[in-house]
Design a protein around this ligand. Structure first.
Ligand SMILES: [Zn+2]
Length: 390
């Protein structure tokens, strides 16, 4: 960003929904292009996995549970080696900080994206529908689903996380001379990005801002099935991610705390889910003329653009102890909600999941600035958040 020379944004991609199949039975959502934000509803039949019974409940401690499949698409082999090594260190840092039951595979790619504004993008390769403990169906990243060790589950994609980094930036690595003002600490960025792939990921977005039109309403992922945008389609409801299950709003005008899930269920009074529409335009027009759009989707947008109005409240924790999410900037897909508040956590031990990445500063510098937390770049709030997800 030209106006902020020392900052670059870390994007989380927001999905564009797709219309390719007629039934949601045994379907998953694959993110087929991490940069272009394309997703596809794919067939993922339930398969038996009886061998899972053997290590049910067992944590594989000590082993590195994050495997990096690295592809380097530039000619500088020395740089490729540094990227690969920093990626692997990032994986083992996360592996050591949490209890994993199943290995996670990251398809990592380093290439020139010919874009000066995007450092990279990391996404779950596949999202799967699961019923949470409150019987609400949500989308879970495959990396998380694997940890549950189901004896039968939807078919897994070959990798759990897809990560692409832009070689057009100047990166700094541990062991290099002191970091320069225009360099980004690759390891710290890789750790941040892997957390998005593991489920630090909201599905609230502006899905109805077609043709880049800015709109002042937000919804969770709209599940629409049909053959194409002009054919009849079925609305199957708005679906949250598992991250969204823990998203709580504090409304200061009414001094009330409202869960994302309650707001989603109000939105799902539209339709209702199962209703057939003649086309995507028909659905979009009717939804935008509805009271749910006017009073619910717009309300959520207002809250998402008001400082300290949204928190991730982990399991068994009071609202007061939750973590403020990024709501103090104009709504920006991939920055708002799916990061911690920059204003609240800069200079703290939970700096890692802010949406801005500072150049000229290393993770070690930022950890020291935050009070030298013993857990390094993975702060206490982030640990609590990730433990809630799985
Ligand atoms: Zn991010």
């Amino acid at each position: 960003m030209k106006s902020l020379p020392s900052f670059i944004f870390l994007y989380v991609i927001m999905l564009n929904f797709s219309l390719t199949v007629t039934s949601l039975n045994q379907r998953c959502i694959d993110i087929i292009d991490a940069i272009e934000r394309k997703s596809d509803l794919v067939l993922c039949p339930i398969i038996d996995d009886p061998k899972r019974k053997d290590n049910l409940g067992e944590y594989l401690t000590g082993a590195n549970m994050i495997l990096i499949n690295f592809t380097c698409e530039i000619s500088d082999t020395a740089l490729c080696d540094k990227i690969k090594s920093a990626f692997e260190t990032a994986g083992s840092t996360i592996s050591a900080a949490f209890n994993f039951r199943a290995q996670i595979i990251i398809d990592a790619r380093f290439k020139n994206l010919n874009n000066k504004n995007v450092l990279g993008s990391t996404v779950p390769t596949r999202l799967m529908f699961l019923d949470s403990e409150d019987d609400v169906t949500r989308l879970y990243p495959q990396a998380l689903v694997k940890q549950f060790q189901f004896t039968n589950h939807s078919q897994y994609a070959d990798s759990d996380i897809t990560s692409i980094f832009n070689s057009a930036f100047n990166y700094w690595f541990e062991g290099d001379p002191p970091i320069k003002q225009n360099q980004y600490d690759f390891y710290t960025i890789a750790v941040h990005e892997i957390f998005h792939g593991l489920g630090f990921y909201s599905l609230w977005g502006n899905y109805f801002g077609f043709n880049n039109k800015t709109i002042d309403a937000l919804t969770p992922y709209p599940l629409l099935s049909g053959m194409s945008s002009s054919d009849p389609l079925y609305f199957n409801g708005f679906v949250e991610s598992i991250f969204d299950k823990f998203l709580m709003i504090y409304d200061s005008t009414t001094s009330s705390i409202i869960s994302s899930t309650n707001i989603t269920s109000e939105l799902n009074t539209f339709g209702p889910p199962g209703t057939k529409f003649s086309s995507l335009t028909d659905f979009s027009d009717k939804f935008k003329a509805s009271s749910q759009w006017e009073t619910v989707a717009k309300y959520f947008y207002r809250m998402a653009t008001m400082a300290e109005s949204m928190k991730f409240v982990p399991r068994g924790v009071d609202f007061i102890s939750g973590t403020f999410l990024e709501t103090s900037i104009p709504f920006f897909p991939g920055s708002s909600i799916c990061h911690v508040s920059n204003a609240d956590y800069s200079g703290t031990s939970d700096f890692l999941m802010r949406y801005v990445v500072e150049s000229g500063v290393t993770g070690t510098n930022l950890t020291a600035r935050g009070g030298s937390y013993s857990g390094g770049v993975i702060g206490p709030h982030l640990r609590e958040i990730m433990s809630s997800l799985g």
